[in-house]
Design a protein around this ligand. Sequence first.
Ligand SMILES: Cc1cc2nc3c(=O)[nH]c(=O)nc-3n(C[C@H](O)[C@H](O)[C@H](O)COP(=O)(O)OP(=O)(O)OC[C@H]3O[C@@H](n4cnc5c(N)ncnc54)[C@H](O)[C@@H]3O)c2cc1C
Length: 358
Amino acid sequence: MDTQCCVVGGGPAGMMLGYLLARAGVQTVVLEKHADFLRDFRGDTVHPSTLRIMDELGLLDAFLQRPHQRLQTLAGWFGSERVELADFRNLPARYNFIAMMPQWEFLDFLAGHASRLPAFRLEMRATATELVVGDGGRISGVRGSGPDGAFELRAECTVGCDGRHSTVRAAADLAVEDVGAPIDVLWFRVKRDATREDTSLARVAPGHFVVTIDRGDYWQCALVVSKGGAEALQRGPIEVLHAQVVEAAPLLASHIAEVRSWDDVKLLTVCVDRLRHWSKPGLLCIGDAAHAMSPVGGVGINSRSRTRWPPPTCSPSSSAPAASPRPTSTPCAGAGSGRPRRRRRSRSRSRTTSSCPC
Ligand SMILES: Cc1cc2nc3c(=O)[nH]c(=O)nc-3n(C[C@H](O)[C@H](O)[C@H](O)COP(=O)(O)OP(=O)(O)OC[C@H]3O[C@@H](n4cnc5c(N)ncnc54)[C@H](O)[C@@H]3O)c2cc1C
């Protein structure tokens, strides 16, 4: 075997998993098809539950050195009425806020810390295209293409963290159950006047729902549209979007014209789905590859960072103090049934667990 664990995809799920495994001394290779983490807007919200995990890992202080804004309360306007939606101030002071941090900062931070671990390797511009199937149908790695051409990476365990259009899950022929979503979302930026005080997140008017995320000198905005409605909207002039946005969010009126064309607007096709079985022998899918979530509540990054694998029998403690320089355990022991375990809840946290497929 070339490595113990091959993680396909360097998003929140893959980078966090790669870091945790390498920290426990499991030889891990993360394959990421892009050259860097800078991409279209992919969500900003790092919730208190994720900050708490960063704290448990001893990373929180360094993490919060990265540029971010803090939200201790969430509010929304419903017509002319302002409603408090959430208040995090009763949580422990170290993480009693949402950190609004671009996803590339989050990923770059994890990559930086993971790269200090001897068991970790990150391969950028490496795209997995198919699975290596070994004896008895067991998955034993991936084939793909990278900067130096085609490659084959053999691994005791392969984890698909390659997002909602996962190549891994398709190659493994894992059945996807489409739960359905009634909305799509159009994302765009609008300049923010520094003097504006109202940082409410949601602005609702009859027929229009706008999200305004305070990013300091600009608003990261979302217009929620009905499923499939974006195409019809985008066939018209951009001024139609301007009018709908301003109706729900009048404070954007002075700068909305700076969204000049549909090129400035990114469509998030919302999908909510899940795999019936997350695993096969030698293979596991987690994150959006296993269950793409609704953007409502902005918990995608957080749930992906907290998807916990391997299960306690073969995983490191989240408070493991340091990486072992050599592998201390194999990630693959025993055969999993492939069905996700039920979500376990406690008063302080809930985590999704999956059975080990290996
Ligand atoms: C426009 C938009 C806005 C969002 N807003 C929010 C928000 O505000 N808050 C929030 O919490 N969540 C938000 N989300 C959701 C959040 O981004 C996802 O839930 C989260 O990123 C999922 O993490 P993941 O690691 O499972 O998958 P992804 O983030 O999709 O990462 C998958 C990674 O795999 C790589 N990859 C794909 N295929 C291959 C391959 N074959 N080989 C190698 N690499 C591959 C991709 O390049 C990518 O880096 C948003 C999503 C979008 C699209």
